[in-house]
Design a binder for this molecule. Sequence first.
Ligand code: NAD
Length: 296
Amino acid sequence: MARIGFVGLGNMGGPMARNLAKAGHEVAVFDIVPDLVARCVAAGATGAASAAEAARGAEVAITMLPAGQHVRDAWLGAGGMAAASPPGAVLVDCSTIDVATAREVAAGCGRPFLDAPVSGGVMGAEGGTLTFMVGGPDDAFSAAEGILKQMGRAAIHCGAAGAGQAAKACNNMVLAATMVATCEAFVLAERLGLTHQALFDVMSKSSGQSWSLTSYCPVPGPVPGSPANRDYQPGFAAALMLKDLGLAAAAAGQTGTATPVGAQALALYRAFVENGGGGADFSGIIAMLRAGGNAG
Ligand code: NAD
């Protein structure tokens, strides 16, 4: 069993840290919200007074924070986790942040550091079924893989520092685009007098098939577990999809890459969030499309 420091105990980090404690690890946890620390302590973790204290003595130190600035501050700021953790520790950030900041933090730590963003959402964090997309050195990946797999079912080593964030940005750009296209198809089908089930039955066996359709269908009925069956609550919040599309757009800008469909998806999700949809599941954008919103 390992000594693990875990910082950032929100919707994702809380259940991830609790799963590590339940697996028998010695987990020292910190969040700026004391109640979140208390929930993890009740599940067997030990409360730490700061991020640095959580990292002190840890064999594996992990962050799960909102954005790049939080990650930079936690690792590199005064009294940061990089300085506090022992020299042999494996340093892992599971937050979703921009590629450039992930590389900067990895370089700033001055020793093996992994960017390991996740897909799978809150249900995946709670159920220990996340997928980790990992960037960083081979030996650090090998050292962390077992721990990551206790919080998820897959850990994919994507390449050097930043590669995990790059994979996440590309994946979620495609996810947003296929969701918008799938929503558009259902709305068009409604106007053409086609039932949702008929379109689903055809597309799920045809070239219009995608995860957005067969695992996360944006209309109620065909996929009983999808958020559409629960009035788009809860799920993967549209505000988080907008954040991820912004990270993809930043990466596209930095690399001079044309991503016109990704840019259009970003504009649509921005309009949806600005009109109050930020807390809804991202498939809820079908309501805006049905109402004629096109942001274009
Ligand atoms: P959240 O806001 O629920 O949790 C973030 C936590 O970080 C909060 O509890 C906050 O108090 C804490 N925090 C902020 N600054 C801190 C500091 N300086 N020291 C210690 N703790 C601090 O967010 P979340 O939904 O858990 O998401 C975390 C990350 O995971 C984000 O980068 C997000 O993009 C990514 N993510 C989220 C989901 C999802 O479905 N929620 C899915 C995949 C990836």
